[in-house]
Design a protein around this ligand. Sequence first.
Ligand code: OAD
Length: 242
Amino acid sequence: MRPAVVVLTGAGVSADSGVSTFRDAGGLWEEQRLEDVATPEAWARDPALVWRFYQLRRAQLAEVEPNPAHLALARLERALALAGAPFTLVSQNVDDLHARAGSSVLSMHGQLRVLACEACGRTLEDDAHLDPESFVPCSACGHPRLRPDVVWFGELPRFVDQVEVRLHEATHFLAVGTSGAVWPAAGFLGLARATGTRTFVNALEAPDNAGEVDHFLPGRAAEVIPGLVDTWIDEWGLSAHA
Ligand code: OAD
């Protein structure tokens, strides 16, 4: 069989690297109201509060490393590429841990490392300006404050059409560490199941949208995903040393 794989990840895949999730006990949305920091309205109303929240998360990137789950997904991508089999990794995460593990990733909610100018549309990768109290002006047009290039509630997630096309062709769909609470990503599992794709979900507890998932794999991603990747590499006769 020639596999075609789509993997969706959420905050849980980075939890074992020390990045906070959103909705678990102690998660970000327990400490902070979502509508105070993750909406365009919040940015217009209180940019200093929103900026501080995202600057602290941008600074945290330097303190965290990819964990075995990120590394295993990058290994799977390389093994499938060597066999000429399609692989798509789409993530709701705004950290850069998949990229640092060596994956090509569709970041549907944007990236913390990137800043964007709402006035002229310029975007830039930035690791240097991490002061939570100082805005960064746009060096292209002089606009007084760049924003994090992340997708807020009420804004359009990216790459959705592309992912839906890949889901129609997929033989296997895996969701890792996502609560299934935020659309359109929450719909990918149902879409995959409707088109006859074998579905796998890894999380600490079965997510809201798990329904009749083919395989629910409870546990920490860093422990579960390397084993699943080994099983697939073996089952599909891929090179284990990709
Ligand atoms: P959530 O915080 O909603 O869900 C985290 C999921 O990860 C839960 O299902 C947990 O069981 C699971 N989990 C926690 N630790 C884990 C571990 N070590 N291994 C495996 N699973 C683990 O995070 P998301 O579903 O990613 O959007 O949240 C989706 C979106 O909501 C985010 O992208 C963000 C947020 O509001 C925006 O900010 C636009």
